[in-house]
Design a protein around this ligand. Sequence first.
Ligand code: CIR
Length: 255
Amino acid sequence: MPTIAVTRSISASMDRCELVHLERTPLDLELLRRQHDSYERVLVELGCELIRLPAADELPDSVFVEDTAVIFDDFAVITRPGAASRRPETSSVAAALERYLELFEIQAPGTLDGGDVLRIGRQIFVGMSSRSNADGIDQLEAIVRERGYELHRVGIRRCLHLKSAATWIGEERLLVNPEWVDVSVFDDLQLIEVAIGEPAAANAVRVGDVVIHGSAYPETRKRMEAMGIRVVPVDISEIAKAEGAVSCCSLLLNG
Ligand code: CIR
C-alpha cells in the first residue's frame, strides 16, 4: 500500500488565521492555493496517494491538518487543538481516518496540537508548547504507552510547536534549531543544525527517502545534501505568513 497523504484545501478565510509569533500581514489566497497545489504535487510525485479534504471555508487554519491528529502504525490520536478556533477541524479529519486506523481522542481539559508530536520509531517526543497542555500530553502518554511507545516531554521556546524546532529527516537524523528546543532529550540522535540566518528551517517532512523542505532555506538544504540526503525544496512563503511550514500541511499514513 502506498503512503496516503491527507491534505485539505486552503480556507477562504485563511487571512483570519491564528498567529502567535508573527505580525499579521495580508495573505494572497491565489498564491496560497498555488503553493499548496505544488506541495500536493510533490507528495504525489513522491508516490503518495492523496486524500484531499474539501476546503472548510469557515475554519481559517484548516489547511494545517497535521495539528488535528497524530498517526501511528495502526491507530491515530485525534487531538483537541490548543486554539479554540481550531477545535472544529478535527471531526472531518477523524471521518477520513477511521477507514484506515483505530481512533483515540484527546478529551477536555486536555489540549494537544499534532505539530508538537514528533515520532521516531517507538520514541515519541512532545513539545510543551502554548498549544499542548500537561493534561493533553498525559492523555497521549497513557494511550501510546500501552501500545509500546515511550513518550518524552520537550521544552521549547520562541516557536509555535516542537516541529517548528525539530523534525526527523531519516535514519537517526534530526534537523534542529537548538535556539528553540532543549536538545538534551535527543541524546541518541544525530543533530543537524539549521544554518545561521535560517531559524525556521528545522521543519521538514520525510516521504520515502526524500525530504521536503522550504525553498527559502538554501544553506540548511546544503547541509542535508552534503550528507547525501535528497531534498525537494518547495516554496511555502505565503503559507509561512500564517505560521505554517511543510509538515503542517499533511498527515502521512504509511501503508
Ligand atoms: C496556528 O496558529 O495554529 C496556525 N496559524 C499555524 C499552524 C501551523 N501548524 C503546524 O506547525 N503544525
